[in-house]
Design a protein around this ligand. Structure first.
Ligand code: SF4
Ligand code: SF4
Length: 217
C-alpha cells in the first residue's frame, strides 16, 4: 500500500531502512523511507567544467519536488494513524551550513540503494551520483532493505576534477568520518568564491558530473 502511494508520487527510486539508535533525530521514529529523484542527464553533462544557472534551477526544483513528495507521504502516513516526519532534501542546521539534521546518504545506503563515492556523494547503481535524496522517518514497521556493493569504482576521476582540492581520494566504508573523504569547508568556500554569480555560490557539481556512472545505462 505504501509502495503504491510512493510510486503514485512519481518516485520510483526508494527503499526502507532501520536507522541505528544513535543516529535517530526522533527516537520514536526508527524507520527511514529513502526517496531518490534523478537529475537530468543533459543538465548534469553540461556542468563538467562548472555550474550553470540552468543547473542551479534544476537542483533547487528537484529538491522542491522531493520535499513535496516527502510532505505528501508524511501526511498519508499520519492519516493511517501512524507518525512520520520528513527531512528536507537540502537543509543545513549548523552555523557553518555544511551539515543536515539527518544523513539522507546513510538512509539510502542502509536501504540498499547504493553506496558513497570518493566524491563523498551518494552513488546509486542506476544514476551514479546524479540523484537527489530526501527521507521520511516513521514508526510504520517496514520490511527493510540491505546494503549492496558500493557502485563507486574508486577511479579517482572526481578527485582529480575538483577545482578546490577538497576531495582526499579516500575510499568510503561505513563509519568513516566525512572529514576523511572531503574538506566540506574548502568545498563551500570555493563555491562561494568561484560561483558567486550562480545561486550566490550554493552549487558546484563538478565532482558529480564527471563521474562515469552518471552516464551508465
Ligand atoms: S562540489 Fe565542486 S568544490 Fe565541492 S568537492 Fe565537488 S568538485 Fe570540489
Ligand atoms: S568518479 Fe570514480 S571515484 Fe568518483 S564517485 Fe564516480 S566512480 Fe567513484
Amino acid at each position: 500500500m505504501l509502495e503504491d502511494f510512493i510510486i503514485g508520487l512519481g518516485i520510483d527510486h526508494f527503499g526502507y531502512a532501520l536507522i541505528p539508535e544513535d543516529y535517530r533525530p526522533f527516537p520514536y521514529l526508527p524507520y527511514a523511507i529513502s526517496l531518490g529523484v534523478p537529475l537530468s542527464k543533459t543538465v548534469v553533462s553540461s556542468i563538467r567544467k562548472g555550474p550553470t544557472h540552468t543547473y542551479f534551477h534544476h537542483y533547487r526544483t528537484t529538491n522542491a519536488y522531493l520535499d513535496n513528495a516527502a510532505i505528501r507521504l508524511m501526511l498519508y502516513i499520519e492519516k493511517l494513524g501512524k507518525s512520520a516526519v520528513y527531512i528536507p532534501a537540502s537543509q543545513t542546521v549548523d552555523s557553518e551550513g555544511i551539515r543536515g539534521l539527518f544523513s539522507h546518504k546513510m538512509a539510502a545506503f542502509l536501504a540498499g540503494l547504493g553506496g558513497i563515492g570518493q566524491n563523498a556523494l551518494f552513488v546509486s547503481e542506476k544514476h551514479g551520483p546524479a540523484l537527489r535524496l530526501s527521507t521520511v522517518l516513521t514508526d510504520v514497521p517496514l520490511q527493510t532493505g540491505s546494503p549492496i556493493q558500493n557502485p563507486c569504482t574508486d577511479c579517482g576521476i572526481c578527485v582529480q576534477a575538483c577545482p578546490a582540492g577538497a576531495l582526499t581520494g579516500e575510499t568510503w566504508h561505513p563509519g568513516i568520518p566525512r572529514e576523511e573523504l572531503v574538506d566540506a569547508k574548502k568545498c563551500s568556500l570555493h563555491m562561494k568564491k568561484a560561483y558567486r554569480s550562480i545561486g550566490r555560490g550554493g552549487v558546484c557539481g563538478i565532482c558529480m558530473a564527471v563521474c562515469p556512472l552518471c552516464n551508465a545505462d
